[in-house]
Design a protein around this ligand. Structure first.
Ligand code: SOE
Length: 397
């Protein structure tokens, strides 16, 4: 462990975006200085948004020193060292690349970009910045859920043997109502993809993170169940995200509502994926099951403190899935929190993400997942889209 008796800092942080993700990240930035011994201290210097009044109000509510409507101006500030990008996908590349060029460390929400080309530009800028000691990371937060991090450790320690199957699903239902408005997440030009990009990207990252296998070929199908939706009511026309309200005019949904695809991992695993916003009753069911020659693991984010483990090396009479409560101080990320059994929530994974990001910055190394990792996920998503567009369907005869 590095000696952190004199924690350096503070690093000034600029957060761009103050909708759902901006609020979750704000919570994490408020908390990270107070958990364990931080690698470096931070200051919540400035919150950036499009509307001056709404951004100023959000800054006050979320605990930022000031607010701005001009991220370019913020990049010129010497007291800003970190830029956290929580905007809709279509502005990730422009902001992140400019921030890296300005010498700011960058944390960027997922999926990294709206296209492979943008993600390539971002990964190239990140690689160039790293040579100047400037760090970057893509925010696949579920990696930092203790039970999923434990799953990775068990696979890496060989407890599952050879991994043969990965079954990954991410099920939500927040747009089941056909009158839910056409927010930025439902338009290709702002989001890049629908369920595939927004939540499919999480399970692609999680499957690769847990198994250590890199996805090779994919075959996929996409579906848009509701093709027209009311436009959003409201000033900015890009909505407040998940809680937006509808106007009386309608527009076309240009992304998928659901995606299903199969893939091969480079270690021989057969992987199946399903991402949907139409699984009524499932709110944030991000689930992963891994079957190996020596055992299996199962995780469901809706019970995020638990990991089920079947050890196939035990005698048959003692087999079966047992529940590991991933709340011991010896479990990944848990040590600085509450006594065993007291459980963590969605927000804690974002604090862990910042802890790892800041530790890498302080220690002068690149954090993971990198922009190159984000690009690789983007390529998988694009391959699913190509397959869905060109794929052959065989009618049972
Ligand atoms: C909406 O589908 C959303 O907020 C995603 O954008 C997040 O990445 C996921 O964690 C929760 O759901």
């Amino acid at each position: 462990m590095p000696d952190r008796s004199e924690t350096p800092g503070p690093l000034g942080v600029a957060l761009v975006g103050h909708s759902f993700m901006g609020a979750v990240h704000s919570h994490a930035w408020r908390t990270v200085d107070h958990v364990g011994t931080p690698a470096v201290r931070t200051r919540r210097a400035v919150l950036v948004g499009r509307d001056a009044q709404r951004t100023a109000e959000a800054a006050q509510q979320l605990g930022w020193e000031g607010s701005s409507t001009d991220w370019r101006e913020v990049l010129e500030r010497d007291d800003v060292h970190v830029v956290d990008v929580c905007t809709p996908g279509d502005s990730h590349a422009e902001i992140a690349v400019a921030a890296l060029r300005a010498g700011k460390h960058v944390l960027c929400e997922k999926p990294l970009a709206t296209t492979v080309e943008e993600a390539e530009e971002m990964a190239a800028a990140a690689a160039e910045a790293a040579r100047r000691g400037v760090r970057s990371m893509v925010a696949f937060n579920y990696r930092r859920v203790p039970a999923l991090a434990l799953a990775r450790e068990l696979v890496a320690a060989g407890r599952l043997g050879d991994v043969r199957h990965v079954r990954a699903v991410y099920l939500q239902d927040w747009i089941v109502d056909p009158e839910f408005p056409l927010t930025w997440r439902l338009r290709k030009e702002t989001a890049g993809a629908g369920a595939l990009g927004d939540i499919g990207s999480h399970i692609v990252d999680a499957a690769q993170f847990v198994t250590g296998q890199v996805i090779q070929g994919v075959t996929g199908v996409l579906e848009t169940f509701v093709k027209q939706r009311p436009l959003e009511a409201g000033p900015a026309g890009r909505g407040t995200g998940l809680g937006a309200s509808a106007s009386t005019e309608y527009g076309e949904v240009t992304v998928d509502d659901a995606a299903a695809f199969i893939a091969r991992g480079d270690g021989g695993a057969l992987m199946t994926f399903e991402a949907t916003r139409f699984a009524t009753g499932r709110k944030n069911a991000m689930r992963l099951e891994v079957n190996g020659s020596k055992g299996s693991l199962a995780f469901d984010f809706e019970s995020m403190n638990e990991l089920s483990f079947h050890d196939a090396t035990l005698p048959d009479a003692e087999g079966g899935f047992r529940r590991i409560l991933a709340t011991e101080p010896t479990h990944p990320h848990v040590g600085n929190w509450w006594p065993p059994g007291h459980g963590l929530g969605y927000d804690h994974a974002f604090v862990h993400e910042l802890q790892d990001f800041l530790t890498a910055v302080a220690e002068g190394r690149d954090p993971a997942p990198s922009f190159a990792d984000g690009l690789q996920v983007q390529r998988v998503l694009a391959a699913v889209e190509r397959s869905a567009a060109n794929g052959s369907t065989h009618t049972p005869v």
